[in-house]
Design a protein around this ligand. Structure first.
Ligand SMILES: C[S@@+](CC[C@H](N)C(=O)[O-])C[C@H]1O[C@@H](n2cnc3c(N)ncnc32)[C@H](O)[C@@H]1O
Length: 260
């Protein structure tokens, strides 16, 4: 069964349609069809990716700073019947050397929606490259600055949109109590990946339209999913998606040019 057909577990184990991340699941499919793989999910949280990967038979280690997220991960994994394949480790993305790794390194590392909040994304990626086996793959998703500008503007917040356009904090008052969240452009993402010594494939947009729709839009989820998949790899649509996704490989050429 391809990964894209396993719905990620929603809150309390309920299934939810993976429309917003359809392109990510589809890009991972060719990598996870064989195995079993040793997977590391950095900042994997409550297991939105880890649990479906374990359902495919892979062994998944999730490293996350949040004890609450890891407790939810444990419940979800047990509920899905894959508790023995999922291991939660409370730890920091910048200290992956402390995480027990398989001999030769991990086959696949995910770092999804985490580089926005780590202390230094280049340090995190260098640490990831060090635990990836030669020929192993990295899957990265990050928030897209252009998509954030568009979403704020369409949400009726032009001042915040303008701040994001200039790469400034859209909510400085809130950031006094909570660290601000980084956004990236495709060129920045590719440079970070290359800086870690990894070879990037083509990048795609994550949630080109799904996050812009009202929950009550009535859009057919299956049609929306097909639309997301077709828009994800095509400019100008991918350029304004909510997120960016790229798969990179350690030490060999990946599919695509890695060019923005
Ligand atoms: C937005 S969630 C993403 C969860 C998951 N990767 C996904 O795509 O569904 C970010 C996760 O990163 C974790 N996190 C934040 N900073 C971290 C750090 N420095 N090291 C490890 N995990 C971190 C948070 O606890 C949270 O679970």
């Amino acid at each position: 069964m391809p990964l894209s057909e396993i719905p990620p577990a929603g809150p309390a184990g309920a299934a939810e349609p993976p429309v917003r991340s359809a392109a990510v699941w589809a890009a991972l499919d060719p990598l996870v069809g064989d195995g079993p793989l040793q997977v590391l999910d950095v900042g994997g949280g409550a297991g939105v990716f880890a649990v479906p990967l374990a359902q495919l038979g892979h062994t998944v280690t999730v490293v996350d700073t949040s004890a609450d997220a890891l407790a939810t991960l444990r419940r979800r994994a047990d509920l899905a019947g894959v508790g023995d394949l999922v291991r939660g480790v409370q730890g920091d993305a910048d200290q992956l050397g402390a995480v027990p790794a398989p001999g030769g390194g991990f086959d696949l590392v995910l770092v999804h929606s985490v580089l926005e909040v780590v202390d230094e994304p280049a340090v995190t990626l260098a640490g990831i490259a060090a635990v990836l086996r030669p020929g192993g793959h990295l899957s990265v998703t990050v928030a897209n600055r252009a998509g954030a500008v568009l979403a704020r503007a369409l949400g009726g917040h032009p001042v915040e949109a303008h701040a994001l356009l200039g790469d400034r904090d859209p909510a400085p008052a809130r950031s006094r109590t909570r660290p601000g969240r980084r956004r990236f452009g495709p060129d920045e993402l590719l440079a970070l990946v290359a800086g870690a010594g990894l070879t990037a494939g083509d990048w795609r947009g994550v949630s080109v339209v799904a996050d812009l729709l009202d929950t009550g839009s009535g859009a057919d989820p299956a049609a929306l999913r097909r639309l997301e998949l077709d828009l994800a790899g095509v400019s100008p649509y991918r350029d304004v998606a909510g997120g960016l996704h790229v798969i990179a490989v350690r030490g060999a050429a990946a599919t695509g040019t890695g060019q923005p």
